[in-house]
Design a protein around this ligand. Structure first.
Ligand code: AMP
Ligand code: ZN
Length: 470
């Protein structure tokens, strides 16, 4: 039984659509994983946080979700028009390591960041280098079906064979960049400007470290075929939802649709979920810019990574988000206050499940409203204010936190109170002691009352004053 009718904006239809699945109650979900040549920046992680919330929201709503993510450890190239160096090779040269060493190190670093941000590991994580045979099989079939051709010893996808190549972008014009992420140079092998490489055997990137034998000679796969191949391998012929940042819409996802539908011979993916970018003052945060913020840097500056998760949840995934530390500081204060309010709930007693159910539905409706995470966060505050007993409030907050993953209950249980509150109480106790010493008993009592109002009880003894939460 589903809690609510879920709706989501679909990049393919350009409308907020009812969420539907190929098989009732089951969701096949695919996420473009990281290119593991450097640390993920907090912009990449905005995308992964929102995809994590989406996955958990679908599960909360009652769906059985299977989620697959690739790891781009080879083939971050899509045409000989790509400029610069292959990104994996660039990482390897920078750190004087092999490509596989680089891939392993940054894959581990990525999942360590995910853990800190409470991002669940997808059910299947598949490095591209594990699936070369699957890519070759797909490319062979595309050639057989007449959708691909060999030119200059590379295999290209022929985009002129499709009527609706630009369905995802909504454009049909030349003004879209062709086949690359960075700058563009013309690749003279191509029949059409939008064609892209499925398999490289001869490339200007001659010093490629990882190469495999293929029917077209020794080489390596193009970037887009990875996701089509891995998706088909683990999720079959029909995909319910595909996720990524908005920069993936073109060319990457456009080309995935082209390959997959040409190969399968039918429509492939029904929902396309794209997260808008995290920007800083200079624009889109990107790895290639060289300067970017990571989870470790936030930690070095004293921030709890979960405060960054809350920062992301406060804004809608379809709006660009501007990062700045003053905003993050505000979120830290709100996050600490929220945890304190949860910590002040009495742990004893059984929750009233009947009273809880309408709140659960309200929460599911917020998420089902095109993943309105700020509305879902507001549901936590509404529960805290509601005429419910503490046990039911605690139950509901724990339940909501299976999606929000802000550690609201566990953090509260572990630490009881945060450092900010502790410092405040200590200061108030000192002020009260000073007032008493000055025989200003009215001021001392006012401090006791002020703390009492905040649910903090003072106890005086010969050893001094101690406190507890009401
Ligand atoms: P990459 O490691 O470059 O392949 O990117 C991993 C994911 O992060 C992809 O889904 C990108 O679309 C996404 N992404 C890249 N830059 C940003 C950004 N500044 N804000 C949000 N998502 C981003
Ligand atoms: Zn992808």
């Amino acid at each position: 039984m589903l809690l609510t009718n879920f709706t989501l904006y679909n990049t393919l239809t350009k409308t907020v659509d009812p969420f539907t699945t190929h098989e009732e109650g089951k969701v096949s979900m695919y996420t473009c994983g990281p290119t593991v040549y450097h640390f993920a920046h907090i912009g990449n992680l905005r995308s992964y946080i929102m995809e994590d919330v989406l996955e958990k929201a679908l599960r909360y709503n009652g769906y059985d979700v299977k989620r697959v993510m690739n790891i781009t450890d080879v083939g971050h190239l899509s045409s000989d028009a790509d400029t610069g160096e292959d990104k994996m090779l660039k990482g390897a040269k920078r750190e004087k390591k092999t490509v596989m060493e680089i891939a392993k190190f940054y894959t581990d670093a990525f999942f360590a960041d995910c853990e800190k941000l409470h991002i669940k590991r997808p059910d299947v994580v598949e490095p591209a280098t594990n699936c070369i045979d699957d890519f070759i099989e797909m490319v062979e079939s595309l050639i057989e079906k007449g959708y691909a051709y060999v030119a200059g010893d590379n295999v290209y996808f022929d985009t002129s064979k499709l009527d609706d190549y630009y369905a995802l972008t909504g454009h049909s014009s030349d003004d879209l960049m062709v086949g690359v992420r960075d700058d563009v140079e013309e690749d003279t092998n191509k029949r059409n400007k939008a064609d892209f490489v499925l398999w490289f055997t001869k490339s200007k990137f001659e010093d490629q470290e990882l190469k495999w034998d293929s029917p077209w000679g020794i080489g390596y796969p193009g970037w887009h075929i990875e996701c089509s191949g891995i998706c088909k391998k683990h999720l079959g012929e029909y995909l319910d939802i595909h996720c990524g940042g908005v920069d993936n819409i073109f060319p990457h996802h456009t080309n995935e649709i082209a390959q997959s539908e040409a190969y399968l011979g039918h429509k492939w993916c029904r929902h396309w979920f794209h997260i808008h970018h995290l920007n800083d003052k200079r624009g889109k945060m990107s790895k290639s810019s060289g300067e970017f913020l990571t989870v470790s840097l936030l930690e070095e500056k004293g921030y709890d990574p979960l405060a960054y998760r809350m920062f992301c949840l406060q804004s809608h995934y379809r709006k660009p988000l501007e990062f700045d530390f003053a905003q993050l500081d505000n979120v830290v204060t709100a996050y600490n206050r929220l945890k304190n309010r949860v910590a002040a709930l009495q742990p004893a007693g059984e929750p009233d499940m009947e009273a809880a159910q309408p709140w659960r539905i309200k929460f599911a409706e917020a998420l089902g409203n095109d993943l309105n995470t700020s509305m879902a966060l507001t549901a936590v505050y509404d529960v805290l204010k509601a005429p419910l007993d503490d046990a039911t409030k605690r139950y509901l907050i724990g339940d909501f936190d299976t999606v929000l993953s802000l550690g609201l209950l566990t953090e509260a249980e572990e630490s009881g109170v945060d450092a900010e509150l502790e410092a405040y109480i200590t200061q108030k106790i000192a002020e009260r002691a000073a007032a008493k010493q000055a025989k200003n008993y009215a001021a001392a009592d006012a401090i006791r009352d002020e703390l009492m109002q905040k649910g903090i009880i003072l106890k005086d003894s010969r050893e001094g004053t101690t406190w507890s939460l009401a």
